[in-house]
Design a protein around this ligand. Structure first.
Ligand code: NCD
Length: 305
């Protein structure tokens, strides 16, 4: 059966361990992987803006010796003429061996996956999920902290629309001793489905707070997020909420010395650039890790690992 990655829970903890191990091997010896995807093609179908996710997928495939086709602006493809996701996917299947799709509609990558016999990777679907960002996050946490269990993880900002948070909660919630501190304005707390299906049904310890300062001392990981402007119905609500949390050096005074600060990026205003040189800032390492873990994922889904 072909494999897809549509939801982070499509991967077991063992699968994630294996991907992390492969990524570490690639980091240690990239030349050993330079021809693994020779004559294979990745199609990147991006219906929404992206810098890191698309470029890291494309770099990942190129560094594996493969090639890349696709679009970064659906308006320049037949989507502008009204083509369905299913038909676009069936077309692309004639040219490529694997698809990475980002779409503004929740579930669109699943529709693509159901219509083709090549692997489909969800590169972010609306405000729903973003499993490959979570893989980058997990590799970063593992490299920084040496483990994925027994960590207190603070997620701060737009927990309602932030798809990276939804996937991260699902993934980290499976490790023993994880506890979450959810830091957001009232209007941007996690969706009800995440609260019940991801947190409560799995008995995941979590608490909610409005105050980043209050949460800070307990945290091992601080996962900052951007307020997701594109998901708001009303500009005034976005303007009111966009600067709810701004991490500045003074806010780190009560933080652990070995805190790891993550952010999926892009950042708008949530982290002052003055933090970038703090050894606890991991967000640009996260970008680099994203390429390596996507290399590992492509190898796995193509069965050439
Ligand atoms: C995130 C996304 O697209 O969900 N970015 C990314 O893929 N690194 C986060 C965001 O856009 O805020």
């Amino acid at each position: 059966m072909k494999k897809d990655l549509l939801d982070i829970l499509d991967l077991s903890r063992e699968d994630i361990d294996t991907l992390i191990r492969t990524a570490e091997n690639i980091i240690a010896d990239p030349d050993a992987y330079a021809e693994k995807c020779r004559r294979k093609k990745l199609a990147t179908l991006f219906y929404e803006p992206s810098t890191r996710t698309r470029l890291s997928f494309e770099s990942a495939m190129l560094e594996l010796g493969g090639q890349v086709v696709g679009f970064s602006d659906a308006g320049s493809s037949s989507v502008a003429k009204g083509e369905s996701v299913a038909d676009t996917a069936k077309t692309v299947e004639c040219f490529a061996d694997i698809i990475a799709m980002r779409h503004f509609k929740e579930g669109a990558p699943r529709v693509a996956a159901q219509n083709v016999s090549i692997p489909v990777i969800n590169a972010g679907d609306g405000g729903h999920n973003h499993p490959t960002q979570t893989l980058a996050d997990l590799l970063t946490i593992r490299r920084e902290k040496g483990r994925l269990d027994h960590l207190t993880v603070g997620c701060c900002g737009d927990l309602r629309f932030g798809r990276t948070v939804h996937s991260l909660l699902a993934a980290m919630g499976r490790y023993e001793g994880t506890s979450f501190v959810l830091i957001s304005p009232e209007e941007l707390t996690v969706p009800e489905s995440v609260r019940t299906e991801t947190l409560e049904n799995n008995g995941c310890p979590y608490r909610e707070t409005r105050s980043l300062e209050e949460a800070m001392p307990a945290l091992d990981i601080l996962y900052m997020t951007r307020v997701q402007k594109e998901r708001f119905f009303n500009e005034a609500d976005y303007v009111r909420l966009k600067d709810s949390y701004i991490l500045t050096p003074d806010k780190l005074q009560n933080a652990k010395k070995d805190l790891a600060i993550l952010h999926p990026l892009p950042r708008v205003n949530e982290i002052s650039v003055a933090i970038d040189d703090d050894p606890r800032a991991c967000y640009f390492k996260q970008v680099r890790n994203g390429k390596y873990i996507r290399m590992a994922l492509i190898l796995k889904l193509l069965g050439v690992d």
